[in-house]
Design a protein around this ligand. Structure first.
Ligand SMILES: [Fe+2]
Length: 321
């Protein structure tokens, strides 16, 4: 089973830019193209929150439109940039969004791996929290089956070392750890919010943060550093369950064709792993020969060389006899 996770989409209305400069719809389209091009298509996709920038109807409309080409079942989770009511109104056909106990949380039992989507959102707050009601629901839901399970939520249950985000993280990760530790069949706790790829040991399992499909948070671990975003490659996670183990891959989205060997005019990939290095050397030498050196010494040497006469009969560069 292959689960695709996207996160922190930050979608804005048609023609607008997130943070005044990021074309988040265009970047999500790029991720969707990448997912559709994967040799092994994911069985299911989960989006772990911050689906939109401002939680307005038009932004959720953009989300629906961009995700439409994906053929697999899609499950949405709320982040601090979303509003539960707006999300439920925009996706009335996603019945699971009605949630349980007043929260947008639910369990998906249709696949080999069980997916428990947990709501960590506190209305009008950037940071998250798991109140008693949500923790009880999590405990109850995990106890209902001992099948391998992924818990998906927006706020990661660990500190990133990124000062600004840690001040806006999950307020009570220890309380969640107490619950998770009671259920050793939890294979992963997956999340977003931090806009970077991160891993941490957590309550006897592994907790992960997924990159954003849009802009990434700058890797500035200096205590007290302010929040800044960068244009590092956007990406998503692929969680591969082989029946016994779960392996998580990080995929990057973007056009990397310009990173290939430009002098050889070769595509950046894909290409066979077993390359003949001798052939590559020959090809490089041919390119070098075809392009005269532009160094001063090489230019002077070319100028001092007597011009070669052309053969009258064949017009080749050999002197005629
Ligand atoms: Fe967030």
């Amino acid at each position: 089973m292959l689960l695709c996770q996207i996160s922190d989409l930050y979608l804005v209305e048609e023609g607008a830019l997130a943070c005044g400069r990021v074309d988040t719809p265009g970047m999500l389209e790029q991720c969707v193209r990448k997912i559709l091009e994967l040799p092994l298509r994911p069985d299911v996709l989960v989006a772990t929150g911050d689906l939109t920038d401002n939680a307005i109807v038009a932004e959720y409309g953009v989300l629906r439109e961009i995700l439409a080409p994906l053929p697999m079942p899609i499950f949405l989770a709320a982040g601090n940039h979303d509003r539960r009511g707006a999300l439920q109104t925009a996706f009335p056909d996603h019945r699971y969004l009605r949630g349980e106990d007043g929260f947008v949380q639910h369990v998906i039992d249709d696949f080999e791996l069980r997916l428990v989507v947990l709501d960590t959102v506190v209305a009008n707050e950037e940071g998250g929290l798991l109140c008693e009601r949500r923790l009880r629901w999590l405990d109850r839901t995990l106890a209902a089956s001992s099948r391998p399970t992924i818990v998906a939520q927006h706020h990661p249950p660990f500190a990133a070392g990124l000062n600004y985000m840690d001040a806006r993280g999950l307020a009570n990760p220890a309380a969640e750890a107490t619950v998770i530790a009671r259920h050793p069949h939890v294979e992963r706790v997956i999340s977003g919010h931090f806009h970077r790829n991160m891993q941490a040991r957590f309550a006897g399992t592994v907790a992960l943060a997924c990159p954003s499909t849009a802009h990434q948070l700058m890797l500035d671990l200096v205590p007290g550093a302010d929040i800044r975003f960068t244009y590092e490659p956007a990406g998503f996670h692929l969680h591969l369950w082989n029946g016994a183990e779960l392996v998580t891959h990080t995929a990057v989205a973007g056009d990397f064709s310009r990173l290939g060997h430009q002098r050889l005019k070769r595509r950046a990939g894909p290409y066979a792993a077993e390359q003949d290095s001798g052939m590559v050397k020959c090809a490089l030498a041919a390119v070098k020969k075809a392009r005269p050196s532009s160094s001063c010494a090489a230019i002077a040497a070319r100028r001092s060389r007597p011009p070669r006469r052309r053969c009258r009969r064949t017009r080749c560069a050999r002197p005629s006899r």
